[in-house]
Design a binder for this molecule. Structure first.
Ligand code: B16
Ligand code: MG
Length: 214
């Protein structure tokens, strides 16, 4: 029986991918190359430092670990400037309504995000109060598809992994949920998120009935 819902942040509750792309692109441009929106898709759900490594590889730019830390921090400074301007109008369609519905039906809720900026984002969009637990890049070390972020979420909610449903837009995130023995609802295209138990276009398509039938 399902007892808890664990939500990814970027791509499920808000579309911060556009801000990540703008900030990473600015960094790449500064290093003398560019990358496409299509390439940016591959960075979804991937941690900050792993993303940087992938981007540097695209530009065939080599940096030391120390330089990489500096570049990641610089990108984050630009990214934070952008997310500081976020408001509740940035919440993706149906996200707030579905969170409220699951809570009204006595399910527990947790955030399971790779982002180290998740608290600031949730505060900006005014959704902090709808989560019983917050697990993000500050609490875990292993990137999705490793299930760590979701397993810690289940632990904080005091439920078994088999009692959790994960909502994810990234392939690596769906794989993480399945690796953790959880149900996975993919947010996006069924052809891409084919490992999920159910795929919807957005949380606006989710209902308590669909949740109970998983
Ligand atoms: P930060 P999610 C992920 O969020 C993003 O999809 C990914 O593009 C980003 O690199 C990662 O967070 C880390 O974010 O730089 O803010 O720590 O989808 O796991 O909510
Ligand atoms: Mg995501």
């Amino acid at each position: 029986k399902i007892k808890a819902c664990i939500f990814d942040l970027d791509g499920v509750i808000v579309d911060t991918a556009v801000y990540h792309y703008e900030a990473w692109r600015r960094l790449a441009n500064q290093l003398g190359f560019d990358f496409t929106e299509e390439q940016n898709e591959q960075l979804k759900g991937i941690s900050r430092i792993e993303s940087l490594k992938i981007i540097l590889n695209w530009g065939t730019v080599a940096k030391t670990d120390e330089e990489m830390q500096e570049l990641a921090t610089l990108k984050n400074t630009w990214y934070v400037e952008m997310i500081k301007k976020m408001t509740p109008s940035d919440i993706l369609p149906g996200a707030k309504e579905f969170l409220e519905a699951v809570r009204a039906n006595k399910y527990l809720t947790a955030l399971g995000s790779a982002s180290k900026n998740s608290e600031m984002i949730l505060k900006q969009i005014g959704l902090m109060h709808l989560f019983d637990a917050l697990v993000d890049g500050n609490k875990v070390t292993k990137s999705k598809p490793n299930p760590e972020v979701f397993l810690v979420g289940a632990k904080e909610l005091n439920v078994n992994p088999g009692e959790c449903v994960v909502f994810e837009d990234a392939i690596a995130g769906v794989q993480a949920a399945k690796a953790g023995n959880m149900k996975a609802v993919g947010i996006g295209e069924a052809a891409i998120l084919n490992e999920a138990d159910l795929v919807v276009k957005g949380l606006f398509e989710m209902t308590i009935e669909k949740l109970e039938n998983l």
